[in-house]
Structure formats: C-alpha cells, structure tokens
Ligand binder design. Structure first.
Ligand code: MN
Length: 316
C-alpha cells in the first residue's frame, strides 16, 4: 500500500512538542542542517526538519504516517494544530481506501495505547477476527472504534472480548522507565511489544489470511527495530488507519483502551489523585502534587519519565 508520491506536511509546534521531537528523533538526526533549521532527521523514508520558528516539516512518501503521532502530540500539548498538507486529496484516497478482499477476510491485527500519556502504562493487543465474526462486531459498533468514548468502551468491549482470541501486554511504568534509553526509543518499544503479542497470538491461531499492524513506523524501520529480537513475525501488512481496514485492528485498539482505562483507574485510586490523560499542563499540576505528597520517586511507578513533563516537575 501507500505507493503515494512524495508529500510535504507542515505545522507549528510548541516548545514542549519541539523538545519531545528533539529527544525522540535524536537517534536519526543528520549532521548537517539546512539554513534556519534547528535540526534535520531522517526516519525511514521521511525527512523531518524543525525550524527555529517552531515550524516542523515532514517530507517523503510516508510523511503522513510519520507526522501523525506528532500532530496528535501537538494537539495534546497546545490544544490545537494547523496542518498544511501539499498532497491532501491523494493522501486521503491512499489511507481511506478499504479493500473489501481484506476487510472480509480472517485476520490478526494489532494496536497500542498509552504512548502519548505521561501517566499510565503502554498496552499493546493483537486480536484475531475470523470472517464469520465480522457482522457480529459491526453490530456492536466496533467499526467506529476511533469515535468511541471511554464509557462506550467499558460497555462494548465486555460484549465481545470473550468471543474472540487476543493477546495483550501491559508495559508498566516501572518497566518502561527501565527500558527507555537513548538506544531504545518509544517506537522501538512499540515494535518489540507488537511483535510479542503477534507472535503469541499467531501461535494459537492457524486460519488467518493476514496479519495487520496499525502502522506507526514504515515497514523497514519496524523490522530494523526488531533486528535483535527473537521470534520475529514477518508476514505483516502495514496499514495506516488500520482499524478501518480490518476489524481485528479495531478490536485490538478497543481492548488495549479497555485495559488501559482500568489500569489507569487503578493507578488513580492507589495514589488518591485523579490522574489526567495526555501530557499537558494539567498533567504537570497533578505530577507536582504527587511529588509533594509522595516524593519524586513515586513518579517512577506511575509516569513515563522521559517525557518533558518530568523536567518541569524536578525544577519545582
Ligand atoms: Mn495505532
């Protein structure tokens, strides 16, 4: 898929997003930077440039894919984002095209949640949806997975979770903080976890036609992250907006969110603060209160310490 032409996507980021990007992309930064640029990085086929003005430009055939995460991060950090896309119409066609041959097949799909939230774990799920379960799931509105609220999810997921095979991994904040380093960034953590659940599930399911990942990194980058991993699942189809392409991805997304909500509530209850989602100002406020009450070390158990939020908290 995605044999799209080069596209250029640009938007302005706030300082927090700029700092997050600088850290996350430090591993693939180029030695030379264009004029007025703070840095330029090359992640897979995408060239990313951050300018001193705060403008960030994604170029390449996977630009829409690579920029997706940062567009939502900017939306979380500053509440809004104005995206310019040089190739809008073509790209819409590329990513929204649903192939009925795949949609009505039996497939394993995987998706993750929690990677944009300062508090709470990362949850990755692989789910198997055989073709004879598709209409049952459509009736439950699984198709609208992206539009469902937390309270919808708490109602809908119990209606199908026992009817399908799935594997989930919860990466606790403690484990995350232990793994995260300059050599293991967020996308590498995602790749390792996706591979684990896909491997486990594919061992238990024999009659699938496809294995689909909701794409978070270009294929070659994904497999490069796994070059030292064992049991690498190879026969994968990568889709952006994977939840529309096959309901296994939608189910994986919903189950991940279902588990995340429950884990998140457990964390909130255990420390006696209602934890906010995302990584915005409210998150900083609550993190500071937690530090005052329990000490900074507590955050190691409940937050992703590599986020820029941590620096602000230490300063206080
Ligand atoms: Mn996803």
């Amino acid at each position: 898929m995605n044999k799209g032409k080069n596209s250029v996507i640009s938007f302005t980021v706030c300082e927090k997003t700029a700092n997050m990007m600088s850290e996350e992309l430090s591993w693939c930064m180029r030695d030379k930077t264009p004029q007025y640029a703070k840095w330029q990085a090359k992640d897979g086929d995408t060239v990313i440039t951050l300018y001193e003005s705060g403008k960030v430009v994604f170029q390449g055939k996977d630009a829409d894919l690579s920029s997706d995460f940062w567009i939502s991060t900017e939306r979380i950090n500053s509440g809004k984002v104005n995206v310019k896309n040089s190739n809008t119409d073509k790209k819409k066609d590329n990513t929204s095209f649903v192939n009925p041959k795949i949609y009505y097949s039996s497939a394993i799909g995987s998706d993750e949640v929690g990677t944009g939230d300062y508090f709470g774990p990362i949850v990755v799920t692989a789910a198997f949806v055989p073709k004879d379960k598709i209409s049952f799931l459509e009736e439950l509105k699984v198709k609208d997975s992206k539009k469902l609220t937390d309270s919808d999810i708490l109602k809908i997921v119990p209606k199908f979770i026992k009817e399908i095979k799935y594997e989930s991994i919860i990466l606790s904040n403690k484990e995350y903080n232990k793994y995260y380093s300059t050599s293991i960034n967020m996308n590498k953590i995602k790749a390792i976890l996706h591979n684990k659940v896909l491997y486990k599930l594919s061992q238990n399911v024999k009659d699938y036609d496809y294995i689909i990942i909701d794409e978070f990194a270009p294929k070659n980058v994904y497999f490069n992250y796994l070059k030292d991993a064992s049991n690498v699942v190879r026969n994968i189809t990568f889709f952006t907006k994977g939840e529309d392409k096959h309901l296994s991805v939608a189910c994986a997304s919903l189950i991940s969110r279902y588990i995340f909500i429950q884990e998140f509530n457990k964390l909130s209850n255990s420390i006696g603060f209602e934890l906010p989602k995302g990584a915005g100002n409210l998150v900083d406020d609550v993190a500071n209160k937690i530090k005052d009450k329990y000490g900074f070390e507590k955050l190691e158990e409940i937050a992703k310490l590599n986020f820029k939020n941590t620096e602000k908290i230490k300063e206080n």
